[in-house]
Design a protein around this ligand. Structure first.
Ligand code: IMP
Length: 184
């Protein structure tokens, strides 16, 4: 694998396509085991999770549904902070076993703020499956049920993840190259 350029930055190989497919298969096997007979509803958080969601979903060996949502947050009229809504959640979630699919949990802010919105619909359970997790960056408390890879706190692209819109279309994951050091 060669390095790639995305916009003005250079990225170097980090996870191979084989590492990814092996890990996603293992996650699908674990979820299939844990959710046997529960007909889970997977909610894939767009845009970044579409590739992970497609690969994971087709490897499930149990009955399951999938829906794609987009999380939007905006400042409410009051100063009390962010209002988080999801586009594409028309389904009735009450009593359902929900599995949120994320591309990456970084600070954890997105899901931390979204989960209360989800809880208002009284699902039977909510689990989180994330392809990547940056433990050093996570500051909002979240319990992650399925993690593909825990990675260092460095920006990554590929396998659905982007840098400013580009870089999603790779089988591999690439990591931002270290800045060249000044040689003395
Ligand atoms: P969080 O709310 O801080 O956990 O951020 C989650 C979102 O930030 C992800 O769904 C990504 O869209 C984006 N993100 C965070 N880190 C990266 C990265 O290294 N590469 C690409 N996108 C990232």
């Amino acid at each position: 694998m060669e390095h790639i350029r995305v916009h003005d930055k250079t990225f170097v190989p980090f996870l191979t396509a084989n590492q990814i497919s092996d890990r996603v298969a293992a996650m699908a096997a674990q979820i299939s085991k844990d959710y046997q007979g529960k007909r889970p509803l997977l909610l894939a958080v767009l845009n970044g999770s579409f590739m992970f969601a497609a690969d994971l979903f087709r490897l499930l060996t149990i009955e399951a549904e999938i829906s794609f949502i987009k999380i939007a947050s905006y400042q409410g009229m009051r100063s009390s902070g962010k209002v988080v809504t999801a586009i594409g959640m028309e389904q009735d979630l009450s009593g359902r076993a929900i599995i949120l699919l994320e591309d990456i949990v970084d600070t954890g802010k997105t899901l931390h703020h979204f989960i209360p919105t989800l809880q208002q619909q009284h699902p039977a359970s909510i689990a989180i499956a994330t392809f990547l997790h940056k433990p050093e960056a996570t500051v909002f408390p979240l319990s992650l049920d399925y993690v593909g890879f825990s990675i260092p706190n460095r920006f990554v692209v590929g396998y659905g993840l982007d840098y400013d819109g580009l870089g999603r279309n790779h089988y591999q994951v690439y990591q931002l190259a270290a800045e060249p050091t000044i040689e003395s």
